[in-house]
Design a protein around this ligand. Structure first.
Ligand SMILES: Cc1cc2nc3c(=O)[nH]c(=O)nc-3n(C[C@H](O)[C@H](O)[C@H](O)COP(=O)(O)OP(=O)(O)OC[C@H]3O[C@@H](n4cnc5c(N)ncnc54)[C@H](O)[C@@H]3O)c2cc1C
Length: 274
């Protein structure tokens, strides 16, 4: 059911979701990239909000009372009428709630682990594969890199092949040395795009499961029965606490689009409640 939901969620108000829309470049989720990187969205929003954004202050505890809700960090506390928790479910489950979460909500979170994904990027003097008429996009059954994209800069001044090492492959290869991963990953790229791929200028890799404020990516992955047995707790506010984050979105769940949609939905909930 979750797989069907995820496919359907790659639609929107006008278009039905399809399997292909999740990874297609033309007309799909991988069509556009942000000049300067996706983080520019957060950076620009933060610059507009100014001092209202507090960094390096992870929320440890949320305490509700009849008059308000207090969010507790290591250095300070903030009290409000309502709070929106917009973080991956497994991280929401690491916050200490007083009073504790209702059992259904707590058990839902116990059933929403993050996916396992590493990102590997090989940087070349030129996007050499384009001269051969190749897109830089590959899907393979042979790992560690089973999916690739051309993530070169828009001006093509140098070339980048990005590969995902995901799921079982990531769990195996994260325990190998960086040199072993590099050799195996570059061999994958050479198989897809030719031997020029064996000689990058530089490689960069990142293991998202090792990132403590993420714990895996690109989204929480739900096993069989989770939506049916626990799904009603996904967006239901608990007292003064509202839930956002891409995992709560009905469209583009697991994507930035879904994260924005969820924020708008949660903000409307709060406005209606105030
Ligand atoms: C490798 C990779 C590739 C991806 N590719 C794409 C793509 O091509 N297109 C796309 O649309 N999406 C992509 N995604 C998914 C996209 O990044 C997510 O859907 C999106 O970031 C989710 O946004 P969010 O606001 O729900 O959560 P997040 O982006 O996870 O934001 C949560 C924030 O809360 C912070 N936080 C966590 N815990 C606490 C705490 N206790 N107190 C305070 N702050 C806390 C975190 O540091 C983080 O800044 C990708 C993700 C990964 C990892």
């Amino acid at each position: 059911l979750y797989t069907l939901f995820y496919i359907a969620a790659s639609g929107n108000e006008q278009n039905a979701g399809t399997f292909e829309r999740n990874f297609n470049t033309a007309g799909g989720a991988q069509e556009s990239r942000f000049v300067g990187g996706a983080q520019t969205i957060a950076l620009r929003v933060a610059s507009q909000l100014g001092r209202r954004v507090v960094l390096n202050a992870p929320v440890r505890r949320i305490v509700q009372s009849s008059s308000g809700v207090t969010v507790v960090t290591d250095g300070f506390s903030a009290t409000a009428q309502r709070v929106i928790v917009a973080i991956p479910p497994t991280l929401a489950g690491r916050i200490d709630y007083d009073p504790p979460m209702p059992p259904l909500r707590d058990q839902l979170i116990q059933h929403m682990p993050q996916g396992t994904l590493m990102k590997f990027e090989a940087i070349y003097d030129t996007p050499f594969w384009r001269a051969q008429g190749l897109s830089g996009q590959a899907v393979s059954e042979i790992g560690p890199i089973k999916v690739t994209f051309d993530t070169s800069p828009a001006d093509g001044s140098f070339g980048i092949l990005m590969g995902f090492i995901g799921g079982h492959e990531a769990r195996v290869w994260e325990n190998r040395s960086a040199d072993e991963r590099r050799a195996a990953a570059l061999q994958n790229l050479a198989n897809y795009f030719g031997n020029a791929a064996l000689n990058p200028r530089e490689v960069v890799e990142f293991n998202w499961s090792a990132e403590v404020w993420n714990r895996g990516c690109p989204v929480a992955v739900l096993g069989p029965g989770t939506l049916i047995d626990f799904g009603t707790a996904l967006r239901t506010p608990v007292g003064r606490i509202h839930w956002a984050g891409t995992e709560t979105s009905t469209f583009w769940n697991g994507y930035m689009d879904g994260a924005v949609r969820s924020g708008e939905r949660a903000a409307q909930e709060v406005l209606a409640a105030l």
